[in-house]
Design a protein around this ligand. Sequence first.
Ligand SMILES: NC(=O)c1ccc[n+]([C@@H]2O[C@H](COP(=O)([O-])OP(=O)(O)OC[C@H]3O[C@@H](n4cnc5c(N)ncnc54)[C@H](O)[C@@H]3O)[C@@H](O)[C@H]2O)c1
Ligand SMILES: CC(C)[C@H](C(=O)O)[C@@H](O)C(=O)O
Ligand SMILES: [Mg+2]
Length: 368
Amino acid sequence: MPKIALLPGDGIGPEIMKEAVKVLEAVSERFQRTCTYEVLPIGGEAIDRYGDPLPEETLLGVKCVDAVLLGAVGGPKWDKEPAHRRPESGLLRLRKGLGVYANLRPIVACDSLLNVSTLKPEILRGVDILIVRELTGGIYFGAKERHAVEDGEQATDMLVYETKEIERVVRTAFHLASQRRGRLASVDKANVLESSRLWRETVNRIAPEYPDVKVEHVLVDNCAMQLIRNPRQFDVIVTENMFGDILSDEAAMLTGSIGMLPSASLGAEVDLYEPIHGSAPDIAGKGIANPVGIILSVAMMLRHSFGWEDEAQAIEHAVNHVFQEGYRTKDLASDSSYFLHTEEFGNKVVEEIVNFEMDFLFRRYATI
Ligand SMILES: NC(=O)c1ccc[n+]([C@@H]2O[C@H](COP(=O)([O-])OP(=O)(O)OC[C@H]3O[C@@H](n4cnc5c(N)ncnc54)[C@H](O)[C@@H]3O)[C@@H](O)[C@H]2O)c1
Ligand SMILES: CC(C)[C@H](C(=O)O)[C@@H](O)C(=O)O
Ligand SMILES: [Mg+2]
């Protein structure tokens, strides 16, 4: 019986987490599975209660479960906290503490949502990209310094990568590309950065191990442009931490909203699942957040951590079906007067999972 740590966090985090758990319960019931949960504090909420964005209880707790599901952290309330006490530093310590170095961010354009984006449907139809973002190294984790200089201050953030950190995430990406359409774009800034030159050399050294994968190197600025110009050219993209952060927010808009993208952070004993968006303080408490990113993160969790492929597909199928029926959350609605609230959308997904059960039973009895 898998045990899941639930870390709702801040802003819309608890609102979308509620829907994720609802869907998890529905799919568990449908497939006669049982999961147990432990709710743990993280982010601003944990600062308020324990004075630490990643309390000891949470760090120890997440190491004793089978998977971790996170909502989002951060918000203006904690903006003035010193760097090590900001909600975001709790999230970074969590990722580093778990050792989840490969962050998978799938970007799939749903046929029934092609008219949501400002891009033309012809550009978006069939988009199916997987960004593999390095998650525990690079500029996020290098030394940070700040000191006075003659006429002001100087601040430094070191971007450091070691060969072995690049190798492991690049191998993950090659492996995933070999299971998909066999194309890997390695994104870097090798025309300027030494760390990118090490990245590129490492990719080239590993490439012969995966003869079925066609690899190309793309400079990050060009990649940002190509994602809008012709996103279908990409299959798997592998890149370092900060480039992956930025490119995935951009790529999210190919699906219609940042609220749509799930993620799986893999590579250690306990994996972490979270939507790619943040705590959305501007809409928190209004009941209008799109819960699809976290719901699809649950599907990734069932697939990658528990090997429950049918259950994962049932969730993905249910979400697609709700969109096909024309239901939208506010961020996806062209007519802003008609949309489902977070909770209503979660209910629709649950209904689909239950209906899926009925179809399934009907088909079974029909063949007897
Ligand atoms: N993984 C995380 O926990 C995470 C990720 C990104 C940002 N953050 C934090 O979140 C806070 C806010 O950051 P931000 O505003 O730059 O980014 P954000 O992703 O929270 O929001 C950006 C915009 O997208 C909208 N949005 C985001 N998620 C949505 C959803 N599910 N449904 C509908 N609309 C959604 C917001 O309303 C906002 O207009 C900051 O403190 C930031 O550090 C946390
Ligand atoms: C909140 C922040 C630290 C985080 C990141 O940059 O990794 C977020 O933007 C994300 O994409 O998960
Ligand atoms: Mg981000």
